[in-house]
Design a protein around this ligand. Structure first.
Ligand code: MLT
Length: 268
């Protein structure tokens, strides 16, 4: 099967007197549902501190992407491992937002040696509740009957915090544009993968790498209290709460988000 499509942002390097530069490391950013790698574009400036960014479109996502999508987090994680192997990246700081966090938990279980550090943004370790699974089933029917724009209408008020919805109309349209560029089956399969995902709470205690947890104060999908719990469960982790941001904290308040991640990357 073809490798994942991804955005590859080279590091801006300080050159030594001989004109050679060396990247400090690689940062992998995994997007949430129902988005694509484009949702991380505001983070590309992090390459200015010498980091290479690898930002995959999960299989099936983004217009023109591989139509064969995935129905388990383990399969998405396997795609990321294949991509890193093909790029000869043996270790990276790996992070995900929301569903990207669910994929990251699967990676932690299946391939912990790839982690130099961990970023968990607006996500949760718990599996879906029975009510949550029923809501996903309804959304599968909805996307097959009415297409990705119906999913956008349903999700936008949940994804963006109330401050962003009030003050950033351009962002609302940008997120809608990302959602509707995805295929119906990619969205339906991602819903299936999310409802099947296991509880990752036991994984938290096994995390041994430096970890940054970031959450928007106005996140109602994965509320801040869940990040406070993850912060207690992951030894030595750091938690940053972002004011005036909802579930897409990286897009809603990118400067504050990038400052937190940039400071975290200085540890390596
Ligand atoms: C996401 O942002 O990836 C999803 O909203 C997560 C979820 O629905 O559990």
């Amino acid at each position: 099967m073809a490798l994942l499509r991804f955005l590859d942002i080279p590091p801006r390097l300080e050159l030594d007197p001989d004109g050679h530069g060396r990247a400090i490391g690689t940062l992998v950013l995994i997007h949430g549902f129902p988005l694509s790698a484009h949702s991380w574009e505001r983070q590309f400036v992090l390459s200015e501190s010498g980091w290479r960014l690898i930002v995959p479109h999960l299989r099936g996502f983004d217009e023109g992407g591989d139509p064969r999508s995935r129905t388990s987090m383990d399969d998405h994680a396997g795609d990321i491992i294949d991509l890193l192997d093909s790029l000869h990246v043996e270790q990276a700081v790996i992070g995900g937002l929301s569903m990207g966090g669910y994929v990251t938990f699967a990676l932690l279980r299946n391939a912990p040696s790839y982690f130099k550090g961990l970023l968990l943004a607006d996500t949760r370790p718990q599996a879906d509740t029975p009510e949550g699974k029923a809501a996903r089933e309804r959304m599968v029917v909805m996307v097959r009957e009415r297409g990705p724009s119906a999913v956008a209408d349903d999700m936008l008020p949940k994804l963006l915090g109330e401050t962003s919805r009030r003050e950033q109309p351009g962002l609302v349209e940008e997120v809608r544009g990302i959602i509707v560029s995805n295929g119906t089956e990619a969205i339906a399969d991602a819903l299936t993968a999310m409802m099947r995902r296991p509880d990752s709470t036991p994984t938290l205690r096994a995390i041994k790498v430096p970890t940054l947890i970031v959450v928007g104060d106005e996140d109602t999908v994965t509320p801040p209290e869940l990040s406070v719990e993850m912060n207690s469960a992951i030894a030595g982790s750091e938690l940053v709460r972002i004011p005036r941001a909802g579930h897409l904290a990286n897009m809603e308040q990118p400067e504050v988000f990038n400052h937190a991640v940039g400071r975290f990357l200085q540890r390596f």
